[in-house]
Design a protein around this ligand. Structure first.
Ligand SMILES: NCC(=O)N[C@@H](Cc1c[nH]cn1)C(=O)O
Ligand SMILES: [Zn+2]
Ligand SMILES: [Zn+2]
Length: 500
């Protein structure tokens, strides 16, 4: 910790630092019920960014988050993000985004926290055991949509700052926030926002994201994520749905064409069938292999938490590589198809298949897009169908890899060691933070991913949760991280040079 008098930096002595950590931890422990209540309030807002009907709720959620950050004493800007045109032609407003700053001391490092307050869809009837929008605590777990992805971690960061304020302690770093409401739909418009507000990042030294989970019970730091290329493939026959008794047998049915296309994208061993898809995948180096060897990963525990008995691969090494460094293709759904209970005898006139390909270094989205278009055209040609097929790329998010030698990785390791008395695993993540690489490329600043959620949190799934333990200890990690970062910042040997 550093006390600042005018422009002279005096490091806190070891004893004072120890006392400060004790005070911070004690405050966080005694206020944990309040922190859980705050999460309960946030989870009650159904801020699902994929449902146009819930757009007002999403905007309300952004305003709640903005007010909370304002209450820290931060200067907050709520920025209008314009509107979006949906697949069906409807135009609806995007939720605003938040840019905020707290502290402008030139002798301190500046950390920008990026997070999102939109969530994936959730309905009780999808198979949730509790109401997804009512935080329910069972056996030390806090269940609810957004608990771990990403409302819990965003609040934990805010609570870490609040802890310093409540104890009237000097926050050892300047803080900035960028909070958005469309991450789950690929962060449309956010790249433009960063470009337009690039001056906001000029004094930022470090960017931190806490929007993924650990690989096991062991705390971890994440240094890479996959990207995602999300496609819609639409097959259109006539202009209206038809009776399968009156018309079945005389038509080229759009659904049959679409199912044929989808079934030809990936084989039963997980191999993507689109020619060229693996051409640009980065070769495995000895250094990368060494990182896999050092990771604590229990394949059986992983299968247990996913509730799947058999994976495509049998060894931990293969599973991790296929999650982190190879592309994968997943088929997500079909819009326009009959999907309710009952037995409707319809022939849908227009159906849209949705699939995505997780991207890895050194794949290029425009190349993938062309390969997908050409392949679907070729597969469709085999059907000699008069129907109309249209392929469109809806999300093009690129993969991200960090420089783990950056001082903020050391600061995060030290913070985790203070809280858990353990050295974290260095991991990658198979999911996507669309903005991670954008931040790195546009701002040229170091990006760190510091997950606080557990491997079994069930992001995007039924019964999403964060454990009370991880939520509260994660708050402590963030509070310690500020302190550890301030020790390295300005250290010409182990850290960054001071800003002038
Ligand atoms: N917690 C991060 C996350 O879930 N990100 C989404 C982002 C995305 C990618 N394509 C569409 N949305 C993910 O699915 O990885
Ligand atoms: Zn997320
Ligand atoms: Zn998510």
């Amino acid at each position: 910790m550093i006390i600042c008098t005018q422009l002279i930096m005096i490091p806190l002595g070891a004893e004072a630092e120890e006392k400060q950590v004790k005070d911070l931890f004690s405050y966080i422990n005694t206020h944990q019920d309040e922190f859980v209540q705050n999460l309960k309030d946030w989870l009650a807002v159904p801020s699902d960014s994929s449902d146009p009907e819930l757009r007002e709720e999403l905007t309300r959620m952004i305003n709640i988050a903005a007010d909370r950050i304002k209450s820290l004493g931060a200067r907050v800007e709520v920025i209008d993000m314009g509107s979006e045109k949906l697949h069906n032609g409807q135009i609806i407003p995007f939720p605003p985004a938040i840019l905020a700053e707290l502290g402008k001391d030139p002798t301190k490092g500046t950390v920008c926290f990026y997070g999102h307050v939109d969530v994936q869809p959730a309905k009780k009837e999808d198979g949730w055991s509790t109401d997804p929008y009512t935080l329910t605590e069972i056996n030390g777990n806090l269940y609810g949509r957004g608990a771990t992805d990403n409302k819990g971690p965003v609040l934990a960061w805010i609570h870490a700052v609040e802890t310093y304020k409540a104890l009237k302690k000097d926050i050892p770093v300047n803080l900035k926030f960028i909070i958005e409401g469309v991450e789950e739909t690929g962060s449309p418009g956010l790249e433009d926002l960063i470009e337009k507000h690039i001056h906001f990042f000029s004094d930022v030294d470090y960017i931190v994201i806490s929007d993924n989970v650990r690989l096991s019970k062991k705390p971890a730091l994440t240094y890479g994520t996959r990207g995602n290329a999300y496609f819609f493939v639409e097959v259109e026959g006539g202009k209206k749905d038809l009776h399968s008794g009156t018309f079945g047998g005389i038509l080229h049915e759009p659904m049959r064409d679409l199912v044929y296309i989808l079934a030809n994208l990936v084989d039963s061993s997980g191999q993507i069938l689109i020619p060229g898809m693996y051409d640009d995948v980065a070769p495995l180096t000895k250094e990368e292999q060494k990182l896999y060897d050092d990771i604590e990963f229990d394949l059986e525990e992983h299968k247990n938490s996913s509730c799947v008995d058999t994976y495509l691969y049998n060894t931990s090494d293969e599973v991790l590589k296929h999650l982190w460094r190879y592309p994968s293709l997943s088929i997500h759904g079909i819009e326009g198809a009959f999907s309710d209970t009952g037995s409707k005898t319809v022939i849908p006139s227009k159906v849209t298949g949705k699939f995505s390909i997780r991207q890895v270094p050194n794949m290029k989205i425009p190349v993938v897009e062309k390969q997908v278009e050409k392949y679907i055209e070729d597969v469709f040609a085999r059907l000699h169908s008069p129907n109309k097929v249209t392929v469109s790329l809806k999300i093009g998010a690129v993969p991200w890899l960090a420089n783990i030698d950056d001082p903020q990785y050391t600061a995060a390791k030290n913070a985790i060691t203070k809280v858990f008395d353990i050295t974290p695993d260095m991991i990658r993540d198979g999911s996507t933070i669309p903005l991670a690489k954008t931040f790195q490329d546009l701002t040229k600043k170091s990006v760190l991913m510091l997950p606080i959620g557990g491997a079994d949190d069930g992001e995007h799934s039924q019964n999403e949760k964060i454990s009370r333990f991880n939520y509260i200890e994660g708050t402590k990690v963030f509070a310690c991280f500020f302190q550890e970062l301030s020790k390295l910042h300005g250290d010409p040997i182990n850290g960054m040079p001071l800003k002038n």
